[in-house]
Write a protein that binds this ligand. Structure first.
Ligand code: ADP
Ligand code: MG
Length: 254
């Protein structure tokens, strides 16, 4: 069980973003606690990606507040997000295809030795250490990541985030392109990250994955928040009803 008595890791309060006349996100409030996975659900165009992009620094909110550990922060660009230990795992993974896992893990943040040369041995050792923790079955250290499966690529991207101290992970449909076995692998990775106390916002369409992976689900429709529910207190159909009808089931409506 996730402890939600303390201060949330992330609070997105009353966030609004419009594009032209379209209210992509309309006064939405969601939060996330350490060790928690909060699913963001809703039809295409509901505003899920836009909402999390204001946390990742890809977009700037028009109004509302972002609090990290109870403190209001300004996130103007992805660097500001990274400074708050927020990392995003994109659906189309931003990996360099022609180099190996270690090179990807340290891409742009390479370890150099005291003479200023790349310390390959050190980077490989760090890579095998963190991959051993996150994905013990991973063996393909010396091949370009283009030769890896979708799930293995996912684990490299997650290792990269975790190595650089991510506390808050944003995952936009991480299992969308994966088969059942690979989806299971990503599910296990998410469990491991939770156990380490990370908080994860997970955009996910598959209701079975939502029920399996998420602690709470926040449903959006037409830019607005329909509601947030504890997945242990609802059925698949309750959540699907929220997505389709845009309201909470009668037995949960306040
Ligand atoms: N950069 C943008 N410019 C204009 N409209 C956008 C932009 N990004 C998103 N939108 C619009 O905002 C709304 C929400 O989109 P999005 O957040 O991508 O939804 P979801 O991720 O739930 O599918 C949609 O109407 C979409 O067309
Ligand atoms: Mg989206």
């Amino acid at each position: 069980m996730v402890d939600r008595t303390g201060t949330p890791l992330v609070e997105l309060r009353d966030i609004s973003i419009a594009f032209g006349g379209i209210k992509a996100v309309d006064h939405v409030t969601v939060d996330l606690y350490p060790g928690e996975v909060v699913g963001l659900l809703g039809h295409n165009g509901a505003g899920k990606s836009t909402l999390i992009k204001c946390l990742s620094g890809a977009y700037q909110k028009d109004s509302g507040q972002i609090l990290i550990n109870g403190q209001e922060v300004e996130i103007k660009d992805p660097r500001d997000a990274r400074a708050q230990n927020i990392e995003t795992i994109y659906q189309t993974l931003a990996l360099a295809d022609n180099v190996d896992a270690a090179s990807n893990l340290f891409l742009g943040r390479e370890i150099v030795n005291k003479w200023g040369f790349l310390d390959d041995a050190q980077m490989e050792a760090e890579t095998s250490k963190i991959m051993g923790r996150l994905n013990p079955n991973f063996k393909k250290f010396n091949v370009p990541v283009s030769a890896l499966s979708g799930g293995q690529r996912q684990s490299v991207a997650i290792a990269r985030a975790v190595y650089f101290n991510a506390k808050i992970l944003i995952m936009d449909e991480p299992t969308a392109a994966l088969g059942p076995h690979e989806t299971q692998m990503v599910a296990e990775l998410i469990q491991e990250l939770k156990a380490q106390g990370l908080g994860i916002f997970l955009i996910e369409h598959d209701i079975h994955n939502v029920m399996k992976l998420c602690d709470r689900a926040s449903v959006m429709k037409n830019g607005q928040l329909v509601g947030t529910v504890d997945v242990n207190e609802v059925t698949d159909d309750d959540i699907l009803g929220m997505i389709i009808l845009g309201k909470k089931p009668a037995h949960l409506a306040a």
